[in-house]
Design a protein around this ligand. Structure first.
Ligand code: AMP
Ligand code: MG
Length: 448
């Protein structure tokens, strides 16, 4: 049982919600401990598929891509000018240091049109950027530095070092070496790099399949009338968007809104686990009377119900559903029961689910970017939990980064996520923050 180790600070679901509430409240799990448990539970998908180059964008390389050629394939000019043998510069010697060097122009090389014969010691070739260096040449004098005199060019030898302005064959990527490592998420530069190697088909891991649904009798779908006491279901839209905008592609399966009814939730969990590697739900993981999601998972797999030492996003269920169909993920689908509050859903996704999906995709990507900025205001913070505030980071006139929390920090206030451009991350042990003190921020750019 892979969750066995976490029983002291958490517990599996039982129908005894009152006892559960009492014991969990005393001992919430730290965010870093929850992350470690999740990381240990993740098994990367194994299947590999071959996709056309463009379709490899945002996919995870299944193998090292070894360069079949040198890039560039030949020594070539880095500037427009004249190519010659750099040895002539030292031969020019101290005695002639004041006299300009004169070389005979014997031909021309343009990109795609090499100069076909060798170039002698006191000869040079008119050359354009990207053109292959003629045999015998290793140096380019930029055209701005020369004076053209009929069939000769003259320039000051002291202005050019031997080997200058020449790009060496293989200096970008050497033939036979790994150009990109397995586990890399293919980004824009990588797609171009694969093209520069002439790779037309790329071996990538199959996409992780993610199924999700919202729970709650009060939820109405967009397009339906909003009955008294009801709210529109926004979590399915934020979940869809967060999944679609991840830096790695996943397959997304939206299972709709499920009522707060044990049998309906059980059926939805079974069908989700049968068709996906990861099941996400929102709502129903607190200790209220209608919170069935966590309790139902107890009958379907090995799921723990956590109270986390964090804000927002205190309740979270995590584990594995064993009701998987033959052929789906080995050992059943991973399960994240996210809280219902719209901001808590987003924070829990970014702090736990995103990393798990990236690891499950087979990627070895670094975590999200985090850096320090001065808090423009004092922040109240109780030691003993990790807090994720929605905030706006800005650069002041002096070029310094400062950050201001959005005014409303309630876990239901989705507009705070919409207005913010970063999280302020206040670590578990951190106490109150004085104005002007540096705090860690996690920019949304590239994350959200
Ligand atoms: P729960 O965790 O189910 O008790 O829900 C906590 C709060 O989040 C309640 O105010 C719910 O109405 C709200 N909520 C739950 N699910 C959603 C959803 N899908 N969209 C918007 N609000 C939700
Ligand atoms: Mg609910």
């Amino acid at each position: 049982m892979f969750l066995g180790a976490l029983r002291p600070s958490s517990m599996t679901i039982s129908n005894d919600t009152s006892g559960q509430a009492a014991s969990l409240a005393q001992n919430p799990l730290r965010v870093d401990a929850a992350r470690a448990i999740i990381r240990a539970a993740v098994r990367p998908v194994a299947a590999v598929e071959h996709v056309a180059l463009r379709s490899a964008l945002n996919r995870v390389l299944a193998v090292d891509i070894v360069s079949p050629i040198d890039v560039p394939a030949h020594d070539n000019a880095a500037m427009d000018g004249y190519a010659f043998a750099g040895a002539v510069l030292s031969n020019a010697g101290a005695a002639a240091a004041r006299a300009p060097l004169s070389l005979a122009v014997v031909g021309e090389a343009r990109a795609g049109h090499p100069f076909e014969r060798a170039c002698g010691p006191l000869e040079c070739v008119r050359i354009m950027t990207g053109a292959p260096m003629p045999a015998g040449c290793d140096t380019v004098v930029p055209q701005e530095l020369v004076t053209r005199k009929d069939s000769h060019v003259e320039f000051d030898a002291q202005n050019v070092a031997p080997g200058a302005n020449c790009r060496r064959a293989g200096e970008d990527l050497a033939r036979g070496r790994a150009a990109l490592d397995a586990g890399r998420i293919v980004r824009s530069a990588d797609l171009g790099l694969l093209a520069s190697l002439g790779v037309a088909e790329v071996p990538v891991r199959r996409r992780v399949r993610v199924a999700f649904f919202s729970t709650g009798d009060e939820l109405r779908s967009v397009g339906e009338p909003l009955d008294a006491g009801c709210v529109y279901d926004s979590n399915r839209y934020t979940l869809y968007a967060m999944l679609e905008r991840m830096n790695v592609d996943v397959d997304v399966l939206d299972l709709g809104v499920i009522r707060d009814e044990p049998s309906a939730i059980e059926a939805a969990l079974r069908s989700a686990a049968a068709s996906a590697d990861v099941v996400l739900t929102s709502g129903g993981v607190s200790v209220g009377d209608a919170d069935f999601t966590a309790r139902m998972t107890a009958t379907l797999g090995d799921v723990a119900f956590w109270q986390l030492a964090m804000r927002p996003g205190r309740p979270l269920a995590f584990g594995r559903l064993s009701a998987a169909a033959p052929g789906s993920s080995e050992g059943g689908a991973l399960f994240f029961g996210l809280p219902g509050n719209p901001v808590a859903v987003m924070v829990s996704f970014y702090q736990f689910v995103r990393d798990a999906l990236i690891a499950m995709s087979g990627a070895n990507a670094a975590g999200p970017l985090q850096f320090a900025a001065a808090s423009s205001t004092p922040i109240k913070k109780r030691p003993g939990r990790t807090e994720f505030l929605r905030a706006v980071a800005m650069r002041d006139a002096a070029g310094q980064w400062s950050v201001t929390p959005t005014p409303a920090q309630g876990s239901g206030v989705l507009s705070s996520m919409s207005r913010a451009n970063c999280f302020i991350v206040l670590a578990h042990e951190q106490g109150d923050v004085a104005a002007g003190t540096p705090v860690d921020i996690m920019p949304f750019e590239g994350l959200i």
